[in-house]
Design a protein around this ligand. Structure first.
Ligand code: GLN
Length: 584
């Protein structure tokens, strides 16, 4: 954090405000709104793009998706540290936004996609999808024509709808043909580079923009929490708008149109930030301009060395996403343990007394988010595939495109955040406001309960498609959990960590958020079903697979939630401030 965390309780007399908040908050609101518009818009399409356009298997796609969404948040610790020490948050956010415009723009170059070639009795056919998302029809194409295909129960036979058009029998046994996938190497590499640019971009932008929100207020400024709530609504407004536009356009018109629109949104964010950055009133400037201009090597100064580090992150991220399936799962666990030991070591060696205890509380919050996101983040991967394949998405005669369901979470946040903000204040007046660790326990419990309700929906549907209300229900329960945990966590972490370590702890918050995304990818992979040409072959087996995994994770999370409730008094005790007051 920069200087402004210690500048007192009340607003300066000359401060320019809009609706009672510093003008700068609204710049951050709109920049982050557009950044999240591009991030969530692209993310809503990604798993479908990987499985249907590039024909990656479910397992490979889930791992790639998990690695991408993990790295996006892991890299914020580097972006945050560079900004704290050298660049200042304003320059870091600008650089991040430029990388993001490039990354999202590059996603719009899709090529013609991978081809699945089927060989039957020495003759080659192409298996492809007509359309995108859950409404795509699977086709087989021969030299003479094309025909829709499907599979029987158990997937032992492929059924050709118009055999004469393609010159094949009406039914062919699945063990009498072989398939192979031909990839366009150039476009697969463009995909990897685009993902790497986005990873570095978010790495420079995400933690730093949250830090600037904090810098707009003094530590004891009573508007601070409300400022974070407004900012969190900006995040979700971006997400909501994108799933209703990028998601629909990407499915209906073509992947490149969806990704391109995400890029245009991010350009809007960059322009907003560049034009209005004077409103930040220098509160996110580099800590020392002299240090920034210092030469490191030949003509290279510190500022450019920071930007070059960004290029290094891009190279590293590209290699990692390309080889995500080779990264051993224990590596991520080891990274989590090393960072945990570093944080605890920092608290033990550099801090003492109440300050140390409050840092312990911050570390607890940073870790306690893991079970929540690991379940919640199924939304973009396994739950998206489940919704595309096994849910009756017809609402009033309209087959709703799968990515549109991503808007439910953001929509519920925009609707319910003001209610929660009001409820916390109303409860606090009666001294009934639950403490942050209790809210966290409820958040994790609700993540599990959401999946249990979906499993109930799967069982109720018998052999048919699951009713769409259960998708509404799981997103609603998960959103209630998110409101108990995510904004509460950001606020608690910035309050509990000592001022000189807020940047580090904020970076750690996002890092563990990222590691949880990876864990979410691992869970998603266990739900992976058999596919051909990006469509399910055995529907009943896939359904049973989803139900089994979702039941297990639900019970584990609910158990962890109960455990967290039991230990919450210990954490609450750590949170006590110097003046002996409870910090809730
Ligand atoms: N949905 C929030 C955001 O996009 C939280 C993300 C997270 O911490 N994993 O900022």
């Amino acid at each position: 954090m920069t200087d402004s965390t210690t500048d007192g309780a009340s607003m300066r007399p000359d401060e320019k405000t809009i609706f009672g908040h510093p003008r700068g908050l609204y710049i951050l609101f709109f920049t982050e709104m557009w950044e999240r518009f591009s991030y969530y818009g692209m993310r809503g399409l990604l798993i479908l793009y990987l499985t249907q356009h590039f024909l990656f298997s479910d397992e490979r796609s889930a791992v790639l998706y998990g690695a991408y969404t993990a790295l996006v948040y892991v890299m914020t610790i580097i972006g945050g540290t560079l900004a704290d020490r050298y660049l200042g948050q304003r320059k870091a956010v600008t650089y991040g936004a430029i990388l993001l415009v490039l990354g999202h723009g590059l996603m719009a170059f899709e090529g013609s996609g991978s081809r699945e070639v089927l060989t039957y009795e020495g003759v080659e056919y192409q298996v492809t999808l007509d359309g995108r998302g859950g409404d795509a029809t699977q086709l087989i194409i021969s030299d003479s024509g094309q025909s829709p295909i499907s599979f029987n129960e158990g997937a032992s036979d492929m059924i050709i709808a118009e055999p004469s058009a393609v010159g094949l029998p009406a039914t062919i046994a699945t063990d009498t043909y072989t398939t192979r996938i031909e990839k366009q190497a150039l476009f697969v590499n463009i995909l990897y580079l685009a993902l790497a640019l986005i990873i570095a971009g978010v790495g420079f932008l995400k933690a730093n923009i949250s830090t600037i929100v904090g810098a707009m207020y003094g530590l004891n400024d009573t508007r601070r929490d409300s400022g974070f709530t407004i900012f969190y609504m900006g995040i979700n407004l971006g997400s909501l708008l994108s799933s209703l536009t990028v998601g629909i356009i990407g499915i209906k018109w073509g992947w490149n149109w969806g990704f391109g629109l995400a890029g245009v949104g991010m350009l809007g964010g960059l322009v907003t930030f560049l034009v209005f950055q004077p409103w930040l009133e220098g509160r996110a400037d580099p800590p020392s301009v002299e240090k920034l201009k210092q030469k490191v090597l030949g003509p290279l100064n510190v500022e450019w060395a920071c930007y070059l580090t960004g290029i290094g992150i891009i190279a590293f991220a590209m290699l990692t996403v390309m080889n995500a399936h080779l990264v051993p799962e224990w590596f991520v666990g080891v990274l989590g343990i090393v960072v945990f030991m570093f944080l605890v070591g920092y608290a033990l060696i550099r801090l003492a007394g109440r300050e140390r205890n409050r840092m312990f509380a911050a570390i607890y919050f940073v870790l306690a988010q893991i079970p929540f996101w690991a379940l919640f983040e199924q939304a973009g991967s396994s739950l998206t595939l489940f919704t595309a394949r096994l849910v009756d998405r017809n609402i009033f005669g309209w087959s709703v495109p799968t990515p549109v369901f991503q808007s439910l979470n953001a929509g519920f946040i925009v609707l319910f955040a003001p209610l929660f903000a009001w409820a916390w204040i109303a409860l606090a007046k009666r001294r009934w406001n639950p403490s942050a660790p209790v809210k966290f326990a409820f958040g994790v419990f609700l993540a599990g309960l959401g999946f249990l309700s979906l499993v109930a929906g799967i069982s109720a549907s018998g052999a048919g498609l699951t009713a769409v209300y259960f998708i509404f229900l799981i997103y609603w329960i998960h959103t209630m959990g998110e409101l108990m945990l995510s904004p509460v966590g950001l606020s608690a972490v910035t309050k509990m960590a000592p001022a000189r370590a807020v940047g580090l702890t904020m970076g750690a918050w996002f890092l563990y958020s990222g590691l949880s995304n990876y864990l979410a990818g691992v869970i998603a992979r266990t739900t992976g079903a058999e596919t051909i040409g990006g469509q399910l072959t055995d529907v009943a087996a896939a359904k049973a697979g989803y139900a089994a995994v979702y039941t297990n994770v639900a019970y584990v999370a609910m158990g962890v939630g109960v455990l967290m409730l039991l230990i919450s008094p210990i954490v609450k005790n750590w949170m006590k401030a110097d003046d002996g007051l409870d910090a809730v």
